[in-house]
Design a protein around this ligand. Sequence first.
Ligand code: UDX
Length: 454
Amino acid sequence: MTNLIFLGIVSDMHITIIGTGFVGVVSAAVFAKLGNTVTGLDIDENRIKALQKGKVPFYEPDLEKLLVTTQKKGNLSFTTSYEEAIPRADIIMIAVGTPSKKSGEADLRYLMSSIDSITPLFKEKVIIAIKSTVPPGTCDVVEGHIHSILKDKKIKLKKFSVVSLPEFLKEGTAVHDTLHPDRILIGASDPKVIATLKKLHAPLKAPAIVMSPKSAQMSKYTANAYLATRISFINQIADLCEKNGANITEVIKAIGADTRIGEHYWYPGLGYGGSCFPKDVKELASYAKEVGLRDNLLIPIDKLNDERISKLMTRFEERVGGWKKKKVAVLGLAFKPNTDDMREAASTKIVPRLIEEGAIVRAYDPMATESARTWFESAGIKEGDAFQIVSTVNRAVQDADIVCVVVEWDELRHLDLKKISKLLSKKAFFIDMRSQYARDKVESFGVSYIGIGV
Ligand code: UDX
């Protein structure tokens, strides 16, 4: 065991993290930094080979540096072997994907197959901590599954605990969020297990909130559902502002001064995307239907978000006089800034719609060029005359009739409007889909501004 003192507190456990996706790799690197001996485990051999060489298979600021340092110190390693990584682990964290089924319900097949693999191998008194977002009650299901495997395989009964340890990190700031969390949420009941998990997280100096696994899992869904609802709410108010001439930016300033409300986290725009909000809201909405709560708020929230981009595109289409044969610069392809993640990105709805309507699209993203190419190709959208991903903003906006700012990357929030206006065609439009620009400023360069809620 490594014995490193971090901020005066020792954290020196053997941890195996199953699933080297976003949450798995970030958690592995951070727990290794805290002085633990961490093994990242995945069945994807290519991914593990890359990680062993210090290569992160997606873009996340500061992650690769942390990965390399902790690997060099000997605190972090990666493997595809359950036999190697499970028997030595004091804590097994499960961070596998839990995609939604067609019905909206969470698909737990990867979680259950990892339980199949670890059960014959884990040591006495191991803590199995579920980091993946799963429905309340999953810890009991997993516990029952382990007992039935032990019985079927005639393995001597071992002591183990299944707990919930949800993750609240945001893509783009994941390393910082994990090192400086607002809180640590521990869903467990055994006092010894709680003490171990508190010790593990102690170096992070964040308040630890302890509750039942069901409450912890419900809390994770609730946090995401609340933030998603907040975004949908302000978008609804923005739509009303557009009808009556009020300005949503001013409205947010006014309501934000109320300390109960706050000005943060509700710029109006295209609705929420990414790997968490759409999926988690759908899962809660589907759960509400299943338990007979058909008037649950999350059902219309999910529907509003699913339909938002299509409705906005129709609204923009009317304002620009149709998309047909128009040259459109699409600025920003990832689902948000500082990531190359294309999951539920607004661009994946906007670009196909523009192409379908006969526009000529030149798209640009500061980081997501490769992942966007892969996404569009797999959706059957090939690059050619109608659609190209280009390497600079200038190339995207050259001779464009319409500029769409789809993602608020820093580079795209501070465009040189003077320079850009000279590259655009005459009577061009600038559609500010993330509410980052002032109408007056854009229009002072002779370009028509179209915003949301203004
Ligand atoms: C989210 C949660 O914030 C995080 O706590 C959880 O663990 C995982 O899900 P993430 O998906 O990385 O994290 O992104 P976030 O920055 O929260 O944005 C989610 C979506 O909401 C993005 O599509 C973003 O563009 C949108 N959004 C965010 C808005 O439309 N308006 C806002 O004011 C904020």
